[in-house]
Design a protein around this ligand. Structure first.
Ligand code: COA
Ligand code: AMP
Length: 646
């Protein structure tokens, strides 16, 4: 049995340490072995070339196609009749299973349509889509013809979409008439129209999926009805073959929050991505081909890219696409219903989803209504899994509950507990240990390693393993500045934490101004730019305040310009509305507080860290460099009685 790719039953001693050591000793050999699980038109001439790209490139010289491996190859190997996707949408009442053979036909037809619009290898296509099967089909259709997709989460506003359009310069945009949130239909088309109007880069065409919940008008000459084109292509028997691409070519760009309002275009390549994701399904998640897998995320996030779409299909699993929430669609038993009904063996979601279920059904009474016999494990990521939630999930579900840590940048787990290699003991509050290929260190500012249990910055020794970002879209320099120059020779994760004496990692928070709201990554810097744009605001600061359900929620402090004599409450409401309008509802920005002044150091730096401690009722010390200590008392006073509305 090969060390790199096979898994043994989850009993006995874990093979983790042996496998991790092997990957450290001989990375090229390890990943070359894992690459044998992928079909290549041409194998790599060099498994890793340190001289290429920003910090080296994986699978140089290899030629491949991700869609071929995810779809065609599964059909060729006898999975044609197996469900590839199970779409389950409690918000619309729809349910639909799509077999691998059907998926191949749909993807082939859509790829042909894109080709007819002139989309070629290397062209970008933006997807602004709700959680419907067409979103997955569109991603795969792009991959099929070598086009680079960029999915924009539906909860983002027109402005955010416009920024991404200008950076990616898509030839085509694919969208839908609406998204469906519990109790509310979100019209996408007005947002899309505004975004295109604002953007400098204009797409040649838009494909619009008309949903029955709300239709939309089409702009003549630009918009096309997705279903009509699809029906015509299917009737005419149109399809497009897989286009061979370099393993180094981008498969997608996914924008994620940076420290400014300018999102970072994380690039994912084709070759390394397939290799690492396929490896992870068996060895980290312990899932076998043919089994039903569920990642309750959204295709707009990296978890959706990797574990709703690519990894499960590359592995020949059935992937559940869920358009609903953990609670309220219709109740806190929704997750158990989906697991039981479709026979899922594992679920991957964010801890916030479990906090929502626990809050509504603390005794987990809904569980009694469902048969979860096939269910083997729960995986949590996206934010810190707090020990209470982990324990509640363990006690309720009686299966391993595995926290694992990763980032949009890495595309798969940096640290986890590899069930496929044999589970390691769980320490609640820790996402366990580094995955093969990641040499994770905890260091001080001078990049000296910290002693066990000492907090520091978490960095990863270069090179990063396959699937991690090779660069930022057309911004090698920003890639270097953001991630590689702070700690030479290492990738800066911008997370802080510690390692215990057993090498278990504890990820405690960010070192930059990114906050994590309900598992969604947001930039407080971006929100500050919006607040500052209000004509009555002189200066502002946004911090993430501890929240029982969402982990953190944003809280904005505003100082009004001299001479403004409108009621502060009115301005507070306006800035709340402005963030929703400019960034989107996903920012969950609901609390703005007017203060007379902001606490600063003598050099003028706003003391956001101390403000956060005060808001979280944590112990804090007066910073030695503070300009005027009285201001912190004022902040405490302003916060009193102002809770974040959830
Ligand atoms: N399109 C449009 N609007 C969206 C949206 C989408 N795809 N997704 C969320 N929103 C809106 C919500 O409707 C809500 O709007 P509101 O302010 O009018 O109520 C707002 O954005 C905030 O959404 P969210 O933070 O998700 O809060 P919620 O109250 O709707 O739900 C949870 C709370 C915990 C149930 C939900 O956040 C959840 O399931 N989180 C899991 C997170 C996750 O999957 N993360 C991915 C990484 S694994
Ligand atoms: P995203 O890029 O949206 O996946 O967010 C990545 C960030 O979320 C990380 O840098 C962490 O700050 C946080 N995060 C993700 N998973 C975990 C985890 N398991 N434990 C603690 N923090 C996490």
């Amino acid at each position: 049995m090969s060390i790199a790719s096979a898994s043994e039953p989850h009993t006995g001693k874990s093979r983790y340490h042996e496998v991790y050591e092997r990957a450290q000793r001989d990375p090229a050999g390890f990943w070359a072995e894992a690459a044998a699980d992928i079909d290549w038109y041409e194998p790599a001439t060099k498994v890793f070339d340190p001289a290429m790209g920003v910090y080296g490139r994986w699978f140089v010289g290899a030629v491949c196609n991700t869609c071929f491996n995810a779809v065609d190859r599964q059909v060729a190997r006898g999975r044609g009749a197996q469900s590839a996707i199970i779409y389950d949408s409690p918000v619309t009442g729809a349910k639909r299973a799509i077999s691998y053979a059907e998926l191949l036909a749909e993807v082939g037809a859509l790829a042909a349509i894109l080709r007819d619009f002139g989309v070629r290898k290397g062209d970008r296509v933006i997807l602004y889509m709700p959680m419907v099967p067409e979103a997955v089909i569109a991603m795969l259709a792009c991959a099929r013809i070598g086009a680079i997709h960029s999915v924009v989460f539906g909860g983002f506003a027109a402005n955010e979409l416009a920024t991404r359009i200008d950076d990616a310069k898509p030839k085509v945009i694919m969208s839908a008439s609406c998204g469906v949130e519990p109790g509310r239909v979100v019209s996408y088309k007005p947002l899309l129209d505004q975004a295109i109007e604002r953007a400098t880069a204009k797409p040649d065409a838009c494909l619009i999926l008309q949903r029955p919940q709300a239709g939309t008008d089409l702009v003549a000459g630009r918009d096309h009805d997705w279903s009509s084109l699809r029906n015509a292509a299917v009737s005419a028997g149109k399809t497009a073959d897989c286009v061979p691409v370099s393993a180094l070519d981008p498969l997608y760009i996914l924008y994620t929050s940076g420290t400014t309002a300018d999102p970072k275009g994380i690039v994912r390549d084709n070759g390394g991505h397939m290799v690492a994701l396929k490896w992870s399904m068996q060895n980290l998640y312990g899932v076998n081909p043919g089994e039903v897998w569920w990642s309750a995320s959204d295709v707009g996030w990296v978890v959706g890219h990797s574990y709703i779409v690519y990894a499960p299909l590359l592995h020949g699993c059935t992937s559940i696409l869920y358009e609903g929430k953990p609670v309220g669609t219709p109740d806190a038993g929704a997750f158990w219903r989906v697991i039981a009904e479709h026979g899922a063996v594992a679920l991957f979601t964010a801890p916030t989803a479990f906090r929502a279920i626990k809050k509504e059904d603390p005794q987990a009474r809904h569980l009694a209504r469902y048969d979860l016999a096939k269910f083997r494990a729960l995986f949590l990521a996206g934010e810190r899994a707090d020990p209470d939630t982990v324990k509640w999930a363990e006690d309720s579900l009686k299966v391993p509950v595995i926290d694992h840590w990763w980032q949009t940048e890495t595309g798969w787990a940096i640290a986890g507990n590899p069930l496929g290699l044999g589970q390691l003991p769980v320490k609640r509050g820790s996402p366990t240990v580094a995955m093969p290929g990641y040499d994770v260190r905890v260091v001080d500012e001078a990049c000296r390693e910290m002693a066990p249990n000492q907090m520091g910055s978490i960095v990863v020794r270069l090179p990063l393993p396959p699937a991690c970002l090779p660069t930022l879209w057309q911004h090698d320099e920003r890639m270097r500045e953001s991630y590689l120059t702070g700690f030479p020779g290492y990738y800066k994760t911008a997370d802080a934490g510690f390692k215990d004496e057993d090498g278990y990692l504890y990820i405690m928070g960010r070192t930059d101004d990114i906050i994590n709201v309900a598992g969604h990554r947001l930039s407080t810097g971006g929100m500050e730019e919006v607040l500052a744009s209000h004509p009555d605001v002189a200066e502002c600061a946004v911090i993430g305040v501890k929240d029982e359900l969402k982990g953190e929620t944003p809280c904005g402090f505003i100082v009004l310009k001299a001479g403004v004599n409108r009621p502060p409450a009115e301005i507070e409401q306006e800035v709340v509305a402005l963030v929703r309008q400019k960034i989107g509802p996903v920012a969950a920005f609901r609390l703005a507080i007017t203060v007379a002044r902001l606490p600063k150091t003598r050099s003028g730096k706003i003391l956001r860290g101390t403000m956060k401690k005060i808001a979280d009722s944590e112990p804090w010390t007066m910073p030695a460099t503070i300009d005027d200590p009285a201001i912190l008392e004022e902040i405490g006073g302003a916060l009193r009685g102002r809770r974040v509305p959830t």
